[in-house]
Design a protein around this ligand. Structure first.
Ligand code: MEV
Length: 327
């Protein structure tokens, strides 16, 4: 028997980093997904492989053996998957051997929530294989546990959006609400190709906040105001305001030290080509930027990002969160 589940990647439109400290943020699920194929084994081993990363590992009595690829990378990449599988086993008191194959078209370590999408799809696939009904809330909780292993102090925004999909107004601790976004949000995502870790970028902001509490405070207040205004602009289909708010949000993130040369380069290229707004998305320090443009300008912005050395694609919002593809 075999089960395939999938979960979407995301872009944070407003509020990354601030969201770690309880401020609101707006996030969209996009039409790039991670897929997990899970099969029962005859033995009790857990074999995990990633097609894109060309890595295969096998856990035998919790001891990790590398079958293919770099050991350090494999250990790091599969850790959240192992946590997710263990949590599902624990929850239902069933411990079985599994072959897990991950296939994803989400750029890795780029700010698009690839690790949460993988953990959510694995969680859903394993529980479906065990024939247990798992609610989306449970998938979210387990994916969040897995994310903590990777990022240290994540807000939970990535697990929430890869589980529920759509557009969310997210706030740590107080929860999240689905935003009924009717408008098309014409977005280009540009990948700088610079790989970084979320954990490091989050720590950078934490240190800055500790060193300059009085300076950072008004930056946080401004970030909150941006999100509140963005909710209104989304309701009113007001692309121009959204673009302006994105530019201001980026300036705040720049002030916190999480932009870098590769991001600035792509953001400037997008703005010059007519984008209404552009900002980094996710943790920054490399990874991806997003640009908002009127439909007629999208191709021009995409080309400008490409000419500036980025890898661009047009992102569309998807309402589909985690789901079983095949059982
Ligand atoms: C990660 O996609 C965005 C950050 O705000 C971290 C988090 O919220 O966990 C940088």
């Amino acid at each position: 028997m075999e089960v395939v589940a999938s979960a979407p990647a995301k872009v944070i439109l407003f509020g990354e980093h601030f969201v770690v400290y309880g401020e609101p943020a707006i996030v969209l699920a996009i039409d790039k997904r991670a897929y997990a194929k899970v099969q029962l084994r005859q033995d009790k081993k857990l074999q995990m492989s990633s097609k894109n990363l060309k890595l295969t590992v096998c856990y035998e009595n919790d001891v990790l053996k590398i079958r293919n690829g770099n050991e350090k990378e494999a250990k790091f990449k599969f850790k959240p998957v192992k946590v997710a599988v263990d949590k599902v086993f624990e929850k239902y008191g069933q411990y079985v051997g599994l072959d897990i194959e991950i296939e994803s078209n989400v750029p890795v370590a780029a700010g698009l929530g690839s690790s949460a999408a993988v953990a959510a799809s694995v969680t859903a696939a394993v529980s479906a294989l065990l024939n247990v009904e798992m609610s989306k809330e449970d998938v979210f909780r387990i994916t969040y546990e897995a994310e903590k292993v990777v990022h240290g102090t994540p807000s939970g925004i990535d697990p929430a959006i890869s589980t529920f999909g759509g557009a969310l107004l997210f706030q740590k601790d107080t929860g999240f609400q689905s935003l009924d976004v009717k408008m098309k949000i014409p977005l280009v995502v540009g990948d700088t190709g610079v790989i970084r870790t979320t954990r490091f970028q989050v720590e950078k902001v934490r240190n800055l906040k500790k060193r300059y509490p009085q300076l950072v405070k008004p930056i946080f207040l401004a970030a909150r105001e941006i999100v509140l205004r963005a909710v209104e602009a989304l309701k009113e289909n007001d692309l121009e305001t959204l673009g302006e708010l994105m530019n201001i949000n980026h300036a705040l993130l720049y002030g916190l030290g999480v932009s870098d040369e590769s991001l600035e380069w792509l953001i400037n290229a997008a703005r010059k080509a007519g984008a209404l707004g552009a900002k980094l998305t996710g943790a920054g320090g490399g990874g991806c930027m997003i640009a908002l443009a009127r439909n007629q300008e999208l191709e021009k912005v995409l080309e400008a990002i490409q000419s500036a050395g980025g890898t661009p694609f047009i992102a569309r919002k998807t309402d589909e969160g985690v789901k079983i593809e095949r059982k």
